[in-house]
Design a protein around this ligand. Sequence first.
Ligand code: AKG
Length: 273
Amino acid sequence: MSAEQIEQFKKDGFLLLKNALDKTVIEDIYREAREIFALQIEKVLGRKPDVENRDEFEKAMYAFFNTDFDAFVSTGKTVQHTIQLHKLGTSRDILDLIEGIGIEKPSIAVRPAMQFNSRYLSKDGSTHWKLGAHQDWRTGQGSLDSVVIWFPMVPASEEIGALQVIPGSHTAGLMQANTTGYAGYITDNLKDEDFIQTEYEVGDVLIFSAFLIHRSGNNVSPNIRWSVQLRYNNLAEPTFIERGYPMPYIYKPQEELVTPGFPSAEQVKEVYA
Ligand SMILES: O=C(O)CCC(=O)C(=O)O
């Protein structure tokens, strides 16, 4: 990272880096996610969509969402847990970016996240598929210099709802918001014209301060906006040390069996036969 880029990051609260990641790594993560969905789509719809045919595959995604919402949600969670996605989050390429902008001792703030945003993947016209203006620090509550890496796995501009940010908004500190959760949004008045639209080819990444105000763009296209977010804290940041390394994310199993009565002893025995 050049001294100019570091200065720009400090001033704007973000850097959009062209061609920063190996495209083939991103394509592999994206393809694996589609293949995982395709296995469930075949089970639910009785036909396996071609993961290389974008329109056909995404139509099948919409049909899957409308036919078996629970399986869709679980599969959506499963694609967040692929080995390749997690490997990328700890890869030298990513560490070079975050260390490059001054995160001395990076630590994972939360598991990597993958999003597949489309208005066709929402119930009853709700807007849960996109996020209003917020700061990630309110959710992560980590080091004051914590950072987010955001990149799409498909070319992304305004039409497909790439991220929108307010340059310089990170230095205003923590804004009022209606909740700390993902659905929370800033309640202070923000001006639409202060947001700028970011645009990407596959391989480009946005790295931004967890205090930067940002929001989802409006995906008006017929396609899904597939994207990834990685979040890091700096274990060497004094207030983070002082506050005892807060970790507000809760990760726990649900209390009931997902499939009551499953498995039978025979089914388990079969596995080890
Ligand atoms: O990808 C998006 O549209 C929004 C993601 C985001 O802002 C977040 O999760 O903090």
